[in-house]
Design a protein around this ligand. Sequence first.
Ligand code: MTE
Length: 314
Amino acid sequence: MLIRRRRGYELPESQVTPEALVLNRRALFGAGAALLPAAASAQSAAGPVPPLPEHQRNMRFRAERDITAEREATTYNNFYEFGSSKSIARDAARMPLRPWTVKVDGMVANPREFAIDDLIRMMPIEERVLRLRCVEAWSMVVPWTGFPLAELMKAVQPQAGAKYLAFQTASIPAVMPGLRQTWYPWPHVEACTVEEANNELAFLAIGNYGKPLQGSNGAPIRVLFPWKYGFKSGKSIVRITLTDRRPNTFWGTIQPSEYGFWANVNPEVAHPRWSQASERVLGTGERVRTQLFNGYGEFVSGLYTNLQNERLWT
Ligand code: MTE
């Protein structure tokens, strides 16, 4: 393994002062506060987002493709709460991110409502470079910061009968114009099984590109299932409910024949309206072949061996 010694002047990206703090520094000085991370964190309950904690990249997950330009990944998005265009980043930047709580309830021994910064402090934070494959046949590679969903499950202890997790996205009408499209089944809910949640690949992201998540990518916390189509990866999560019934999901309610519960990536199973054999790489426009389970079969194929009668690929 290559061990890289850091020179004195090299800072990990995670230590770089977040842009929002730099831009806010006049306001901070005006309020008589020094521009120190500790001062910024102390204010986090009221407004500013603290920097990410110190963390390392987990090299077990290799994308084997170039990382997508940050600007592409943060400005070409699907986030229907802000509308159905890809250009929602500016509106999403207006989402209030603190205070923010994530409630974990339902069939757990230890139901909790976490203040987001307490949750981040409790969890083992790491970076993973992961591929994300949208059902619309575009893809990107992003360095995400966060922690395994399984670690959150350890903290809340699912009951023996719990089978599914439902992830609910925030509904904030004052900043989310998409919520006015009342024909969509708000709030946005996506779901997985407890077994999938405990798989080491299932990840809760709080940052990308070494910085706290931007609104457009699902700040302050979103889930990632890199082996499934991207629509399963709910953004801006406020509640996770464990249940023994398969939850109704946002896209599954809108169009069940096109967007099923499992939605595992498979190049050989076409979407009813287009092929899934290849994908457009965001930023370069290059077309590459799509891989079974988005290339993560070694981690997840065992989850599906007894589910041959299920529609695993839509
Ligand atoms: N989560 C919510 N709440 N609302 C959405 O519209 N879109 C999904 C998913 N999560 C969506 C969502 C889809 S279709 C995709 S492809 C990914 O988010 C896109 O994530 P990105 O914008 O960070 O690339």
